[in-house]
Write a protein that binds this ligand. Structure first.
Ligand SMILES: [Zn+2]
Length: 349
């Protein structure tokens, strides 16, 4: 290949990788989570996107998480929406929350907030409480590990009736307020994250009280799709690379254990700033203390990873940024090759 052509090709390649490096928003090719969801399992992979401006499309589940440092910058009291109850949500939720609360009250089905934003540390306390009470394997099936809760996004609310007590029962979904929410919440931008009969794709049992705010447009699109929130975000927005699990020799990877009965999946009523005490928790528990979910199996093939550790900043590096850095490194190497070749041949143009 003539050196001029070669240099031209190198320059073009350099321009391309430089361009890629300058655009961290571009995901690596093939990284989008298109296609079937990963089967339910437990992992600790950083979700992408997860910028605070990407709030509506950020997916957390039993596999994907946000870092400990994820604290929405615009948390405000739910009381700003004129709704009963305590807790915080992102300010972007307030207008629609107010509209929904007013509409529910006008229909005679007033709603209140049972639990809203939870910090990483708060969720850790909640989860640890369940672990102490039920054991790690059991707690996993109905309580999100820290980093994996939609409540940390400042977008999830556990609703209750107003007036009313804890909604963490098997029947709240059938109350007037629960039924009203089922029909109308999406009109105000709220999607029920864990609907009944979808445990195999949401990885959690039915939670009639738990809604995630995504904004009215996205909520309408999700509603029209017939998909769950997790499926929809995965298919359209999530760009995280989730490696397939390779079964260890002699072991079969089974779907994640799920709570035995719908509506039995509790969510501790702890709110920000409170200390979680399992014995005083409202919810019923899906299994007797100490009972391990059978689907996990003795093989440990689907044994969960240890709780997430945020010690390494590298672990929080956005894959797109990492790709950009990688591309920049390749660019530097190409320049070095070019310089070396020129030096060796002594050829100027
Ligand atoms: Zn919840």
């Amino acid at each position: 290949m003539p050196s001029r052509v070669r240099r031209g090709a190198l320059a073009a390649a350099l321009a391309l990788v430089t361009l890629a490096a300058l655009q961290p928003g571009i995901a690596p090719a093939g990284a989008r989570g298109m296609g079937p969801l990963p089967p339910c399992r437990y992992d600790d992979i950083m979700t992408t996107p997860r910028g605070y401006d990407d709030w509506s499309t950020t997916l957390v589940d039993t596999i994907l998480r946000v870092p400990r440092s994820y604290i929405p910058p615009d948390l405000v009291s739910v009381s700003k929406a004129g709704i009963a109850g305590r807790g915080k949500v992102r300010a972007i939720v307030i207008d629609d929350l107010r509209a929904m609360a007013e509409a529910a009250a006008a229909a005679g089905n007033a709603i209140g907030v049972q639990s809203a934003y939870r910090s990483y540390e708060s969720q850790q306390a909640v989860f640890d409480g369940w672990v102490a009470n039920n054991g790690y394997a059991s707690a996993l099936t109905f309580s999100a590990r820290p980093g994996h809760s939609e409540h940390q996004l400042g977008l999830a609310i556990d609703f209750r009736s107003d007036p009313g007590g804890s909604p963490f029962t098997g029947s709240w979904g059938s109350t007037p307020a629960g039924s009203w929410m089922k029909k109308h919440a999406w009109e105000y931008g709220f999607i029920r994250s864990y609907p009944p009969n979808d445990q195999r794709v949401t990885c959690y049992a039915n939670e009639a009280w738990h809604y995630r705010y995504v904004g009215r447009d996205l909520a309408a699109a999700i509603r029209a799709s017939g998909l769950t929130l997790r499926q929809y975000l995965w298919a359209n927005f999530t760009t995280t690379v989730v490696p397939a699990v390779t079964p260890r020799p002699g072991h079969t990877v089974k779907p994640t254990a799920l709570p035995a009965s719908p509506e039995a999946s509790p969510e501790p009523s702890a709110t920000e700033g409170t200390t979680f005490a399992p014995e005083t928790a409202e919810p019923t528990r899906p299994s007797s203390p100490g009972a391990a979910p059978s689907a996990l199996g003795p093989s440990g093939a689907t044994a969960p990873n240890p709780p997430p550790i945020d010690a390494s900043p590298v672990a929080d590096l956005d894959p797109a940024v990492a790709a950009g850095l990688g591309a920049a490194l390749i660019g530097v190497l190409l320049v070095m090759v070019l310089v070396l070749r020129r030096g060796r041949s002594g050829a100027g143009l």
